[in-house]
Design a protein around this ligand. Structure first.
Ligand SMILES: Cc1cc2nc3c(=O)[nH]c(=O)nc-3n(C[C@H](O)[C@H](O)[C@H](O)COP(=O)(O)OP(=O)(O)OC[C@H]3O[C@@H](n4cnc5c(N)ncnc54)[C@H](O)[C@@H]3O)c2cc1C
Length: 478
């Protein structure tokens, strides 16, 4: 059997890895990961996410060594340099085919097309597998053979498929025999560059949340969530001060964990049958399907990866050019405590609670009437779980420019959201310490009852009622 090259991308694990498993059935495997710092910069990847990625490469290098698969690490500036790099490696190592899991963004698909074309010239193939989603992208179609644009219908279709069978996980490939076939000689003496060597600045000491790496760690978190938390998920998931959600998004995003592993864990108690026992289980299932939905939208409607709205008429919206307001939002200085708490949580942990993501995104796009693309970019630049499909989907939902998004006139009032989901003000107290001494009534709107109260905290940068009307008027114009 001839040698195979496994190209890792956003799928840094060895368990349940579709491409790795298939590659190992075809011959001895050599693994490859390619770092592309200029491309990362163009994609606004956050330093915290890149640090997480590099740390996981180290972990996977060890995992691979335990099954005798060597990992080659290469650095090229841009994805357009990858085809030549892989072609050269294939020639030096006498590789038969290259295997990888599909990624759905436009640039990712173009990159893979270039690699494919170059490899075909030397009678090699880039063999691509569906792995990132539960169902192959491009495969979910309505009765008119069109992609679904509404989540409810998409979800119904997924439920039907799941009731037939839940996609199973692939085993870890068997340990390879040590022989000349997988000796990569001097090609393997490359060490992993640091983030600083790749040109990114990141100080882990500034982050007050530890994001541990490792497949086993992620699986333990998943198991703990399924054992102890999912039952209460529906009731508690909207309260940012309760650790009621899985916090697995960063692990799913760079593929430390697979979506099939999540589904198999979710239905473990039902012996792998699609049977929903409680509302917590159903609600988490639906969140995983929102992830699935946005991945399929990215594939079926490539314009969303090109900074275009899903609803094209909203391209005409007159967004405000308001750099000071944008900066206040970015740094958590808007004078709206729940918004500032969320934005500061993002800066201090690389993560933000989903309810608060919705609140801050709606505040930016509606109350401040600032273009959703600026918010989307800021999130990508700071999120450890930054993912083009989910981030774009979330932003376009909040901005009412996306598929199945919130109607433009249903604007969250951030104060009511705060009173409802952070009733005691504990979340605000944690992230906005200037307000920590205020009682549970005052903390949501500190200047409302007492405009002259002395606080080292800004007054609201916008009037919520008037700005709501302004946003509705702007949407009515198009
Ligand atoms: C404006 C905005 C931007 C967002 N940007 C991202 C992003 O860049 N990356 C990202 O992974 N999620 C994003 N989300 C979705 C969601 O906020 C996060 O997935 C969630 O907060 C992650 O926390 P968790 O892992 O504890 O989620 P859980 O509540 O435990 O959910 C389980 C998993 O389901 C998926 N999921 C949950 N909610 C959503 C959703 N609304 N859309 C898509 N997938 C979902 C995630 O993979 C998540 O890990 C965004 C949401 C909004 C409103």
């Amino acid at each position: 059997m001839q040698k195979q090259l496994l190209w890792f991308r956003q799928d840094l694990r060895i368990q349940d890895h579709t491409a790795l498993w298939h590659a190992a059935q075809s011959g001895p495997v050599i693994a490859l990961v390619i770092l592309s710092p200029e491309q990362w910069r163009m994609h606004d990847d956050a330093p915290i996410k890149l640090d997480f990625y590099l740390r996981q490469i180290q972990a996977i290098q060890q995992e691979l060594a335990s099954i005798q698969i060597p990992l080659i690490i290469r650095t090229v500036p841009l994805w357009e340099n990858i085809a030549a790099e892989i072609d050269q490696l294939c020639q030096k190592l006498d590789i038969e085919n290259v295997h990888a899991n599909i990624e759905c963004g436009v640039n990712e698909l173009n990159r893979d097309f270039q690699v494919q074309t170059q490899l075909n010239q030397s009678n090699r193939d880039l063999v691509l597998y569906h792995d990132r989603t539960l169902f192959p992208v491009g495969s979910i179609r309505n009765k008119s053979n069109q992609p679904y644009q509404v989540f409810g219908a998409f979800k119904k279709y997924c439920y039907e498929q799941l009731s037939i069978s839940i996609p199973q996980c692939f085993p870890i490939p068997e340990t390879q025999a040590l022989n000349d076939a997988i000796d990569v000689g001097e090609l393997n003496n490359n060490s992993l560059p640091t983030l600083a060597e790749l040109g990114f600045i990141f100080n882990p000491n500034q982050i007050n949340k530890q994001w541990q790496i490792g497949e086993q760690y992620a699986l333990n978190v998943l198991d703990d969530f399924i054992e102890n938390k999912v039952r209460h998920y529906q009731l508690e998931r909207d309260f940012p001060q309760i650790e009621a959600t899985s916090q697995l998004s960063a692990y799913l995003n760079i593929g430390i964990l697979s979506i099939r592993q999540c589904f198999n864990a979710l239905f473990r108690a039902q012996f792998g049958h699609f049977s929903i026992d409680h509302v917590g289980q159903q609600t988490w299932l639906d969140e995983l399907l929102w992830r699935e939905f946005y991945q399929h939208i990215l594939f079926d409607f490539p314009r969303v990866s090109k900074h275009l709205p899903f609803k094209m008429p909203t391209q005409q919206l007159q967004w405000r050019d308001a750099p000071n307001d944008l900066s206040a939002w970015q740094t958590g200085q808007t004078g709206i405590p729940i918004v500032d708490a969320g934005m500061r949580q993002l800066l201090h942990t690389g993560w933000m609670h989903n309810r608060i993501r919705m609140v801050v995104a709606m505040f930016l796009t509606k109350n401040l009437l600032i273009d959703w693309r600026l918010g989307e970019q800021w999130f990508m630049q700071h999120l450890i779980d930054g993912d083009l499909a989910a981030n774009n989907g979330g932003w376009q939902w909040c901005a009412s420019t996306g598929t199945d998004s919130v109607p433009y006139f249903r604007i969250f009032n951030p104060i009511s959201q705060s009173q409802k989901f952070d009733a005691q003000g504990d979340y605000i107290r944690q992230w906005v310490p200037e307000l920590a001494h205020l009682d549970a009534k005052t903390i949501h709107e500190p200047y409302a009852k007492n405009p002259n109260i002395e606080l080292n905290y800004p007054k609201p940068i916008v009037d919520l009622k008037q700005s709501r009307i302004r946003a509705i008027e702007a949407f009515k114009q198009i």
